[in-house]
Design a binder for this molecule. Sequence first.
Ligand code: HEM
Ligand SMILES: [Cu+2]
Length: 577
Amino acid sequence: MAFYEQHIHDAPTTFLSKYIFSYDHKVIGKQFLWYGILFLGIGGIMALMIRWTLAFPGQAFPILGNFLFPATGGVVPADTYAMLFTMHGTIMIFYAITPILIGCFGNYLIPLMIGARDMAFPLLNMLSFHLAALSGVLLLAGLFTPLGAAAGGWTSYPTLSTLIGSPGVGQTLWTLAIFVLGVSSTMGAINYITTIITLRAPGMGYFDMPLSIWGLGLTAVLNAIFLPVLGAGCLLLVFDRVFGTAFFLAGAAATSGTGDPILFQHVFWIFGHPEVYILILPAWGIVSDLLSFFSRKPAFGAKATALSMTTITILSTVVYGHHMYTTQMSPLLTQSFMTLTMTISIPSAIFFANWLGTLWKGSIRFHSPMLFSLGVVFVFGLGGLTGLYLATVTTDLYLHDTYFVVGHFHYTMAASVLLGGFAATYFWMPKMFGTMMNEFWAKVHFWITILGLNGIFMGMMIVGYAGMHRRLYNPFIYEFAQRMIDINTFVTWSAITMGLAQFIFVFNFVHAVFFKKEKASANPWEVGTLEWTIPSPAPHYNFKDIPVVKCGPHEYGNPALTGDVDFQFQTEELAKS
Ligand code: HEM
Ligand SMILES: [Cu+2]
């Protein structure tokens, strides 16, 4: 077991060193949380503008419309629509989900759950947040440039993203922003990996780590390997845009020699497919732990779950071609990618079955984190199943670039990751801020959110299956699509409802952080992992004495336990009858 002395320095006293330039992983985690919630709001408003356009084509966007689009009397213009879906996708993936799940919970949980006093490289950690903040500024700056923000989709395919498709500075800023964010996340990833390898508390083997740490660790591995690939692609794209190279320009567009626009798609998806697992793995890990915590049972097949997650991580590196079936790849390649993609169902099925095994005959407590975790099980099941239609070449040729794809990835990513993020926020709130959020409003928030998002994404899959294309400003100029306006209206109302429900969360959160008097106890959920052995909120440098780990993370319901507890801390010797 790797273990070395971790020091304790005096607590910072000034505002700047405490809240802005803090080295403390807990503060940096919270910085990422606020950052992510802010972008979640911006990305959410953009989503509503997209949905409004699809449900009520030609009608002014309520309230904000007249202010933002005065030239068209409040109606979202076509070129703005392209910017909206581009920025929405980019913001949600890179600036909302990533900072919340990985930036916040990665930072917050890793040292606490493995019994360390901080990350291995605290200064690098601070720099990583500040680079992320810089990247956010670069991205948003694009909105204020003369030709507006990037509009080539979150995938930024050339030629849409070269000077021909988007001459404005906005696209250059987008590309730079993603590059800077890539650097930031790579720094974070290296830190996470080193911390997990070197700073685990004495006695904690890899299989004694909570599954949340498995998820976050595997995510960090993927990040460290594949973000540099995206970074390289972005850099080449910037060269094409600014210095006149022709990596992704072909034919007459290239000044000398020629490049290949499709090359960018390869580079993008070599990163892009692992990226979807980068986002989902932390959510899987957290849900695997929470299902066990709130079923009061050891996680069923915890080792198999960890190994399945590892297998998926490895497989995710060799399936990226399933995003490119329609680029005229050789059939030999498409079939190989199809087979490899299908293979992912095997480990997925294993850990999905393990989740159900954990629930089986558990004494389930339906607290809000549990409700959100069960929500993940449900939506991820749907998302995974729809993936099979897309993985199959023959069905994908029809479904590619339709709203079916949009429905699929919103179920797998938006829905499961969002619900997982909420589960984590409600659950670790007492440890992070020292207070609990209101359970009643948490449950109201859960029910409206889960009904809303199923209305939204189910509706998307239906219209997509009927042939409605994604990214069109007004698909209803086609006669067959006119009949889909009603479903689109339904989707939009679901989105508005779900959007409004998020205010319940924001009020609940802000109230708990700033206004609530009643303090949380050290272990309000009665679970045994290391972070619950210390007071809430976690004190400066977490552990006065580094804990010694004696058992696994999910020791529940042992009949030999006495008193009215049904769990054991990881620092306790297993009770023997
Ligand atoms: C469980 C097995 C899964 C399979 C077999 C699968 C398969 C696919 C395939 C074949 C596509 C390409 C469709 C097309 O463009 O025509 C696709 C798109 C996508 N999937 Fe999945 N997927 C799975 C799980 C996931 C998960 C877990 C996530 C995210 C956490 C995810 C996120 C995405 C995204 C973001 C896209 C579309 C990107 C874009 O075109 O903008 N998928 N999926
Ligand atoms: Cu993929």
